[in-house]
Design a protein around this ligand. Sequence first.
Ligand code: NAG
Ligand code: NAG
Ligand code: NAG
Ligand code: NAG
Ligand code: NAG
Ligand code: NAG
Ligand code: NAG
Ligand code: NAG
Ligand code: NAG
Length: 554
Amino acid sequence: MIMEHKSRLKFCLIPLVVVVLIGEATTDNFNGQSTFAWASYYSDHMVLQREPNRAVVWGYGDVGANVTVSVYPTEKGKVYHSIVQIGPTGKGVWKVTLDAMPAGGPHTVEAVQTTAGKGQSLVLKDVLFGDVWLCSGQSNMAFTVKYASNDSAEIARAADYPHVRLFTADMVASDSPLYDLRAIMQPWAVASPESISGPPHSGLGMHWGYFSAVCWFFGRDLYDSIAVPIGLVVSAWGGTAIEAWSPPEVIKTCNFTTSGTERMDNVPKPVSNSLLFGEASWEADIIVGERQNNSALWNAMIHPFLNMTMKGVIWYQGEANAAFNETDFYGCMFTNMIRTWRSAFHLGSGGQTEPVFPFGFVQLSVSSNENFPELRWTQTNGHGSVPNPDMPRVFMAVAVDLPITGSTSVHPRDKQDVGSRLLLAARHVAYGEPVVFQGPLPTAVKVNSSAKTMDVLYNMTMGTLRLEVRNQDGFEICCSSKENSCKPHTSVWVPAKIIAHTENTVTVSTSMCAKNVTSWRYEWAPAPCPFKQCAVYCKETQLPAPPFKGKVKS
Ligand SMILES: *[C@@H]1O[C@H](CO)[C@@H](O)[C@H](O)[C@H]1NC(C)=O
Ligand SMILES: *[C@@H]1O[C@H](CO)[C@@H](O)[C@H](O)[C@H]1NC(C)=O
Ligand SMILES: *[C@@H]1O[C@H](CO)[C@@H](O)[C@H](O)[C@H]1NC(C)=O
Ligand SMILES: *[C@@H]1O[C@H](CO)[C@@H](O)[C@H](O)[C@H]1NC(C)=O
Ligand SMILES: *[C@@H]1O[C@H](CO)[C@@H](O)[C@H](O)[C@H]1NC(C)=O
Ligand SMILES: *[C@@H]1O[C@H](CO)[C@@H](O)[C@H](O)[C@H]1NC(C)=O
Ligand SMILES: *[C@@H]1O[C@H](CO)[C@@H](O)[C@H](O)[C@H]1NC(C)=O
Ligand SMILES: *[C@@H]1O[C@H](CO)[C@@H](O)[C@H](O)[C@H]1NC(C)=O
Ligand SMILES: *[C@@H]1O[C@H](CO)[C@@H](O)[C@H](O)[C@H]1NC(C)=O
């Protein structure tokens, strides 16, 4: 292992200055006599991407030296060649692209450098081929299994998943793109009660330690579903905004000019510094949001992985942008961030990571912040569901109905349902299985002004997929003769109770409205319902209808 593993120290002692410390204390691969080394995120127990993609393996060496790479035991006699060349940072790098490998292992990967007749060897042990998923975002992605529901039982069960492997990048920012990680929180580890439990929590909202609960539950359930090795790479940081994770071209495309410092100045200073996990207040998350510069985490925590071949990404982020009152441009930023990540990973892996790799995200759960409904909507770029024409091969887990009941904590502890909803959507979008992966989606609304009712029609399959109504509340109508007065926070919005439903249609009362109904919206509140008690579900899949808004034609 070439990276030092110092996270315990960092976690316990100095969480707020961790970035600076790591920046200075960069683990230096080039201190010793030789520069021959793997890149930072190649180590024993790792997962390399399986067929049909080809895994990229790279590292450092003496410029001009020959490097050969072999994979044992299955590839008898096969040797990959590379010559060390001056890389993007001036250091010598070598790189090989392995043949497409079937899922399985364990394998040993050996690299041998020959220079001036002298040979040196590096070995990776217990390497599996499988699907590699990158898990990124802010605190709800960083949030660990240890703070999730049923923590002890879930931690004990991790022992049953030795073919799921875990890796957690450390939190580092940089003003220029890095070509390798500066610091690693958790080197590749076999899933076990110890490796998903991580170091003790430091007591601050962004320092969750490892291992990410959403990433774990997604990957574990994926393993149960497809039974191939799964590599989970977490690169997440609490309190961070999308502009920090976006390459400069995205910031430019979306005309986003606010700097990190300006952003922080817009947010009310937190009052509380005590934090109960699972009941963490929104403010506690923001307190540690730091003044991340635009693109700083893209540079330090995503860019280093571009050469790694992977299957796809899952993402849980947006709370900070809601708090920064940055909902207007989130749709532009998010769609373009996905687009640029895709092309950069494709390019960086020499075409091995798919050009339109699957990208899953969690739609924001709950908060007391009134920007949450609009932010959820912009996460779909105003379509209400994914995939959509702006967001191909994107999938989503609805989480608006998964609060800690009676709480607006922005960190709900039920990450199991989030993981399994994400997985269901991934099975369709990423793996092509013919599963129903979306909750009921509205296809038409009809107002009957004499009956004072409005029918909302959902795209159910009659007799097979039927609506289930769990709550009469959840719909609102805009009661105004002018559609353009239906602004989000105005009093023209009145509740419209559900009074009847069929297998595919919900009927709401418009009797609260003496004027014309011009718009409608569904679950349009920061925290609209108790746990799994929003209004509209599919009976067979148990999936909720996502929040929605639309116009009503008179
Ligand atoms: C690298 O290998 C090639 C042939 O495989 C050989 O011609 C060359 O001399 C080698 N270079 C070094 C530095 O060993
Ligand atoms: C953020 O940008 C400012 C101004 O360019 C720079 O001084 C500062 O070092 C940057 N911060 C980080 C964490 O890179
Ligand atoms: C950004 O600004 C340019 C030039 O003013 C404009 O053409 C473009 O539509 C803007 N893009 C967005 C996403 O607002
Ligand atoms: C948020 O932004 C909107 C639109 O730009 C503005 O009207 C509103 O006052 C802002 N709210 C806060 C709390 O800054
Ligand atoms: C990794 O990808 C980046 C971005 O495409 C590229 O600049 C860099 O040279 C690649 N590194 C290696 C070792 O191939
Ligand atoms: C926690 O465990 C209980 C008992 O097995 C189960 O009913 C519940 O659904 C679990 N909670 C989550 C979020 O998985
Ligand atoms: C509206 O509702 C009334 C009953 O209240 C019904 O008679 C009428 O047919 C409905 N109109 C439409 C267009 O469905
Ligand atoms: C509902 O519509 C979505 C989006 O068009 C589609 O993917 C889904 O399969 C439809 N569901 C049903 C049950 O028809
Ligand atoms: C409702 O809309 C219709 C058609 O646009 C219009 O004729 C009618 O006056 C409106 N009624 C009210 C109460 O605004």
